[in-house]
Ligand binder design. Structure first.
Ligand code: ZN
Length: 66
């Protein structure tokens, strides 16, 4: 039974996969807009647009919802 010994952690599976969008603040139209943009970008498999939406949303969360 050497199978368990040779097991290695999987590579970083988060790389290349869609990252979760930050949690939107209820009632905030801007948050809802970022989530919608992220969802639309993922729908068309536009990874860079989805990443942009996440970055912009995190910045928005930091500036408006601290
Ligand atoms: Zn917001």
């Amino acid at each position: 039974m050497t199978g368990a010994m040779s097991w290695q952690p999987p590579p970083d599976f988060s790389y290349g996969l869609p990252m979760p969008v930050p949690t939107p603040v209820p009632g905030c139209a801007d948050c809802a807009d970022f989530v919608a943009r992220h969802r639309a970008a993922r729908y068309v498999r536009d990874g860079s647009a989805a990443a942009d939406a996440r970055v912009l949303m995190r910045r928005h969360l930091d500036e408006r919802h601290r």
